[in-house]
Ligand binder design. Structure first.
Ligand code: SF4
Length: 349
């Protein structure tokens, strides 16, 4: 038996668990990713580590360009060229995904580990019906025949709230609204009951009211199936609504992580504080003369312009000379499990 096959079989086994704590289903350890172009190389992700536990929602937060989507693609082993994993591990139920050959990895994708993308119109195949696209992973991974897979596709459409599923199963993606297409994407992703669902900005392309419906649907499906969800978002409102735990990324690194209630009520990193300060206040009455919403000055640095020090240096109102010299290590600075990477906290020295 090859190592890859053994690893693939490990994924189907029981997740390791310690007494009383939910099992870790996905472990990202010191993940690094680099891009090489025109004789130069740049680090896109540096030593990214976090754990996703069974049944929880972990939000990966940050602005565009912070490395969230690249982290998701690295987990799925779908990094586009010229990207290349530089180091670290991704373990699913203890199995090292890097040890799987491509055929074994295809069996993992869609079966144990699924992903939904922000723009369902580009993720769905326009020349197949939505029923055929839901049926495909069921036939591939679960050996269902054509009739069984179609019946299950109808069931999945019903479970994600598509009306008249027996009829809509034969629709093509362009015959559906944006919200319905995203429901179809969720049906495809959950068809094989994966342990982990990665949702990359799943509501960005949708109206606000439809966004709320999609989050409700994700929560309901998660409660029903026990799926662990890695939700990638730039929206702190979505974080406060969905997250059990939060990982804040900036410049390709984890800069803060902890329980959602702890991070949202006692943010430590200046970047996290800036993201939270940008949240609109819902209690604001007409004529309220409080100043406009603050914004974080500047932009996320390009991967080609990152230096040795803290990548937030140029935008940070509390930067000190030492911040330019070296990136601070991630260390506990709040309640247990609340870690921050910032030289403001003596624990990191
Ligand atoms: Fe600001 Fe320095 Fe902390 Fe970076 S390490 S966030 S520059 S205080």
């Amino acid at each position: 038996m090859t190592a890859a096959r053994e690893a693939a079989m490990d994924i189907a086994g029981d997740a390791p668990a310690s007494a009383g704590a939910p099992a870790t289903v996905l472990q990202v350890e010191d993940l690094s990713l680099e891009f090489r172009a025109r004789g130069r190389s740049a680090e896109v992700l540096s030593c990214v580590s976090f754990a996703l536990r069974a049944g929880e929602t972990l939000c990966l937060v940050g602005e565009s360009g912070c490395g969230k989507s690249m982290t998701a693609l690295a987990i799925m082993r779908l990094v586009p060229p010229p990207g290349r994993i530089g180091g670290g591990r991704v373990r699913l139920r203890g199995a090292d995904l890097a040890s799987l050959d491509e055929a074994a990895m295809r069996r993992v994708r869609g079966n144990h580990l699924s992903m939904i993308f922000q723009e369902p119109m580009t993720a769905l195949n326009p020349v197949y019906t939505v029923g055929e696209q839901i049926a495909e992973p069921l036939r591939l991974h679960q050996g269902l025949d054509r009739r069984q897979a179609r019946e299950r596709a109808v069931e999945m459409l019903r479970s994600v709230g598509i009306p008249l599923p027996e009829r809509r199963v034969d629709d093509y993606p362009h015959q559906m609204s944006g919200g319905m297409r995203q429901r179809v994407m969720i049906a495809i992703a959950l068809a094989c009951d994966p342990e982990v669902l990665i949702a990359d900005e799943p509501t960005t392309a949708l109206d606000v009211t439809v966004q709320a419906q999609i989050f409700d649907l994700l929560r309901e499906q998660q409660a029903r199936r026990g799926t662990a969800v890695l939700l990638i978002t730039h929206d702190m409102g979505a974080v406060s609504e969905m997250a059990d735990r939060v990982v804040v990324m900036y410049g390709g690194r984890v800069v803060e992580q902890g329980a959602a209630g702890e991070v949202l009520s006692r943010p430590l990193h200046p970047y996290t504080r800036g993201l939270i300060a940008c949240l609109p206040e819902l209690d604001r009455a007409p004529g309220d003369l409080r100043p406009d919403l603050p914004e974080i000055p500047g932009v996320v640095p390009s991967i080609w312009d990152r230096g040795e020090g803290c990548p937030f240096f140029d935008r940070c109102g509390q930067a000190m000379p030492r911040c330019r010299g070296a990136f601070p290590p991630l260390a506990q600075a709040g309640a247990r499990g609340h870690d921050v990477a910032c030289w403001l906290y003596p624990e990191t020295t």
